[in-house]
Design a protein around this ligand. Sequence first.
Ligand code: HEC
Ligand code: HEC
Length: 218
Amino acid sequence: MKKKLQVLSIFLVLTSAAGILHAEGNINAGKQKSASCASCHGENGNSLVAAFPKLAQQHSSYLQQQLHAFKDGKRNDPMMSAMAMALTDEDIADISAYYATQKVSENALPTPDSDDTADKSNKDIHATIAQGSDLYRNGDLKREVSACIACHGPFGEGNKPASFPVLKSQHADYLIKTLTDFKSGARSNNAENIMHMIARKMTDQEIKAVSYRISMMK
Ligand code: HEC
Ligand code: HEC
């Protein structure tokens, strides 16, 4: 426990220092510059395709971090790496400032997977969401899965000063994909690798359940 707190406090110092380094951008300029992002991330950062994350209402410091990570090759995605490479630091600050001011749209209830016979009814969807809700709030101490609420907040609003991302109303499919990437280590651009330490303890079912729950948070 003591070690965990130490890790967390060192982490908070590092991330708040990182926060100071990120300049705030120009919202109007960012709106213009985001035109090339809309084909995937949607108008106002509310993408309609579940594989493309919503960017609306996300903390600008977190958006900046991720765009720099794509640009520097620390986070990899065939589509995003090329897009980020073309952005200057000023573009990144402006676009991030713009998306942070947009409102994230709500999601419909997840639909049962067609290949998952255990999950064919709405009743099972609600049971899965309840399982995700419990994990989000309480974690699983025995298996060292930390409660998500501690960093991502009771409403999935994240933590702006610490640059912990907003999660609420994100697409479930993207959440499942990115948690699986944290689990495997494919996504590891955060220096402390906090999400890898958490996700590697989670089962695929837990990842799905918590993703469903988060996608329904408003
Ligand atoms: C061709 C489609 C495409 C375009 C165009 C595109 N993106 Fe993306 N973007 C993606 C995909 C796919 C991901 C998820 C990558 C992953 O799974 O790691 C992503 C992820 C991101 C993320 C990380 C979000 C998070 O929650 O961690 C940011 C920030 C982002 N994009 C910003 C932009 C910006 C800014 C532009 C325009 C300059 C842009 N994207 C253009 C497909 C695209
Ligand atoms: C100690 C703080 C902490 C805890 C606890 C925590 N997270 Fe995170 N989470 C982070 C940080 C920091 C990031 C940003 C990681 C990065 O920059 O790569 C993050 C990123 C994420 C992302 C990526 C968001 C995006 O838009 O791509 C998801 C999804 C996520 N966390 C889900 C969870 C879930 C689910 C739990 C609980 C099982 C959890 N987190 C617990 C700190 C935490």
